[in-house]
Design a protein around this ligand. Structure first.
Ligand code: SF4
Length: 412
C-alpha cells in the first residue's frame, strides 16, 4: 500500500490545532470525562431527532476511521475518570467493529482511577458506560464490553408494554426487554434502564404498570423522561397534522409524580430531575455536566466543554466523516463563555440535582450584577415555594420540580 505522506502531514497540522480549537489552553484544567457519539440506529423512532443515520451499516468502517482521526487530536492519550459511549445505538456495531472501537478508546482515553488524575474531582469512582438497544444485548456482546472495561450499561427500554412500544416505534417487545435486562445483570453490576412517560393515549395505569415492572426487574438506576415533540421528528409533524394527540399537561405531571412516589417508595433515591438510583448508584459521568466540569466529546453532533469554550461538532454524520477525511476538524459551532455566562449555566445545570448548589460559596465568583440578579431570582422562587434553602445550598422543592423547565430561562 502506498501511503500518501503529504495527506498525513497535512492532517497532523490540523490535529495539532485540535486542543486549541476545542478551547484548551496551557494551564487549563484537563477534562476528566469524555462522551463519544455513535450515530447509527436500525431505524429512527418516531419521537427521535438525535444526530444519527438509520440503516447505514455501509458507513460503520468509514466512521471508525474518521473517529480515530478526531481522537488523534488529543495528541497523547488522556486519562479520564468517566467515559460514556452514547448515540444513536453504540451496541448496533458488529462485534469485531465494537472491539475495534473499544480498543481505540482504551488507547486514547484510558480510564484511570480518580487518584491518578491531577484535578479536582468531586465523585470518587471511575465509570465506563455504554448505551444499548435491548435487541443487541447478548452474552457475547456483554463479554466484549466487560473485557474492554465497560462497567455500566444503559438500556433504551422505554416501556414494558406492547402497545406503547409500538406507538413509540421501538423495535423490541416487552419480553425481549426483560430478557435483555437479565443478561445485562449477569454481566454488569450496574444496569440502568430508560423509560418514557406521556406517550399519546397512555393512561396513568399503563405508566404505573411500567414503573412496577421496572422495580420488580431489580435494576439499580432509571432515567425517566416525558415524551417531547421535537422539531424534525416524525411525531412533531404528526402532531401538527392532528394525527397524534399529546396527553394533557395535568396527566403528564401526575405521571412524573407517580414516578417519584413509586420509585422512592421502592428504595430509589431521586437524585436529579429525571434520574433515580439505588443508594450509591448515581451515574458519575452525568455529574460532570450537572456540576459544570469540562468534558471531551467526539462524534457527529457531539458537544464538548473544554477551557471556557462550548463547541459542537457538525450534526451530519456524512459531513463529519467527509471533513475528517479531507483533513478538516468537524467543529461546527463554538462559543467562549464569559464569567457571567459560566456562573449562570453552572447554576442552572447544578440545580437539576436534587441536592441543589452551594450558592452561598459560589456567589462571589461571578460579576457583582450577576450575583445580585441570581440572588433576586432565588428570593422570588423561594417565596413562591419552588426553591428552598438548606444550610448554604439552594435546591428545588417538590413543587419546584413540577415547574423547573419553565424557571431556567430566567437565570440564563
Ligand atoms: S433507538 Fe434511540 S437514538 Fe435510535 S432512533 Fe430510537 S430513540 Fe433515537
Amino acid at each position: 500500500m502506498v501511503v500518501d505522506r503529504s495527506r498525513e502531514n497535512a492532517f497532523c497540522e490540523v490535529v495539532n490545532d485540535s486542543l486549541q480549537t476545542w478551547g484548551w489552553q496551557e494551564g487549563d484544567e484537563l477534562p476528566t470525562a469524555a462522551y463519544v457519539h455513535i450515530p447509527f440506529c436500525r431505524h429512527r423512532c418516531g419521537y427521535c431527532n438525535f444526530s444519527l443515520l438509520a440503516n447505514r451499516s455501509d458507513l460503520y468502517e468509514r466512521f471508525l476511521v474518521a473517529l480515530e482521526r478526531e481522537l488523534t487530536g488529543l495528541q497523547v492519550p488522556r486519562s479520564v475518570q468517566t467515559l460514556f459511549l452514547g448515540g444513536g445505538t453504540p451496541s448496533i456495531l458488529p462485534l469485531p467493529l465494537l472491539s475495534r472501537l473499544l480498543e481505540l478508546l482504551q488507547a486514547w482515553l484510558p480510564i484511570a482511577p480518580a487518584t491518578d488524575i491531577a484535578s479536582s474531582i468531586v465523585s470518587p469512582a471511575s465509570e465506563f458506560s455504554i448505551e444499548s438497544n435491548p435487541l443487541d444485548i447478548t452474552p457475547a456482546f456483554c463479554e466484549i464490553c466487560v473485557q474492554h472495561g465497560i462497567d455500566r450499561i444503559s438500556i433504551g427500554g422505554q416501556s414494558f408494554q406492547s402497545h406503547k412500544l409500538q406507538q413509540l416505534e421501538r423495535d423490541h417487545t416487552p419480553a425481549q426487554l426483560l430478557h435483555a435486562i437479565e443478561i445485562a445483570q449477569e454481566h454488569f453490576a450496574r444496569v440502568s434502564v430508560d423509560l418514557i412517560f406521556g406517550a399519546p393515549d397512555e393512561s396513568i395505569d399503563d405508566w404505573c404498570s411500567d414503573l412496577d415492572t421496572l422495580i420488580a426487574a431489580g435494576v439499580g438506576h432509571v432515567s425517566t423522561y416525558g415524551l417531547t415533540y421535537e422539531k424534525g421528528a416524525k411525531f412533531w409533524s404528526l402532531r401538527e397534522k392532528g394525527a397524534l394527540t399529546p396527553i394533557s399537561e395535568d396527566c403528564e405531571l401526575r405521571m412524573y409524580e407517580d414516578a417519584i412516589d413509586r420509585l422512592t417508595a421502592a428504595g430509589f433515591v431521586h437524585y436529579e430531575v429525571s434520574n433515580f438510583c439505588r443508594p450509591g448508584d448515581q451515574c458519575v459521568h452525568n455529574q460532570t455536566y450537572w456540576q459544570g466540569r469540562p468534558w471531551w466529546a467526539f462524534g457527529p453532533g457531539a458537544a464538548r466543554y473544554v477551557g471556557n469554550r462550548r463547541s459542537v461538532n457538525h450534526r451530519s454524520t456524512l459531513e463529519y466523516i467527509k471533513r475528517l477525511e479531507s483533513n478538516r476538524l468537524p467543529v461546527d459551532e463554538a462559543e467562549d463563555l464569559n464569567m457571567d455566562q459560566q456562573l449562570r449555566e453552572r447554576f442552572v445545570f447544578g440545580m437539576r440535582q436534587l441536592c441543589g448548589v452551594p450558592w452561598e460559596s459560589w456567589k462571589n465568583q461571578g460579576p457583582a450584577e450577576t450575583n445580585a440578579e441570581i440572588d433576586r431570582l432565588i428570593e422570588r422562587h423561594v417565596d413562591q415555594g419552588w426553591m428552598q434553602r438548606v444550610e448554604d445550598r439552594i435546591a428545588l422543592t417538590r413543587m419546584g420540580l413540577m415547574v423547573s423547565d419553565s424557571l431556567w430561562s430566567e437565570y440564563l
